[in-house]
Design a protein around this ligand. Sequence first.
Ligand code: HEC
Length: 160
Amino acid sequence: MVKRGIKFGLIGIAVVLIAIQAIPYGRASTNPPVVAEPDWDVATTRDRAVRACFDCHSNETYWPWYSKIAPVSWWTQNHVDEGRDELNFSEWSSNYDELDEIAESVIEGEMPPLHYTLLPGSKRLSHAEREQLVRGLISTFGGSERYRSGSDGVGEDDDD
Ligand code: HEC
């Protein structure tokens, strides 16, 4: 009786998983053309950003196989759409109005999002590479006086 219940339950889950593959959302996984990139200070900064940020903030997203399968695909599509909306290194325009935020987001540990660094195959930065990224972002986009002047830059967000 119980075994039967489990069997039907599993079949039910399988049927639902197969059925949701028919939903178009999340299947696009597209990379539109690269229009313009920021004027990176040095190539290393770009390399680090490619690894840590480009999957969500550029038109050069690497879409792993699991990003094409619902329901994971809905989640990845949503992240990439939101990430690109917020900041897109492939459609760069100098009037992006939160330049300071770019380095800050890394210093404060907001970006890249924690879940991303835990994904299989994610291109995690070492501590030293993260430092290089932060310095490169500051020299490319400016921002974060506190960090530049030697304090650890973590903590309250008072001065602007
Ligand atoms: C897994 C996808 C993903 C990755 C990788 C990622 N971001 Fe984001 N980022 C987002 C999303 C989604 C948003 C918008 C929603 C939010 O703020 O959480 C965002 C927002 C931002 C913002 C806007 C301000 C803010 O904090 O809301 C900045 C700046 C930013 N990201 C910088 C970066 C930088 C720099 C990197 C690389 C070190 C990076 N992100 C890596 C998904 C990502």
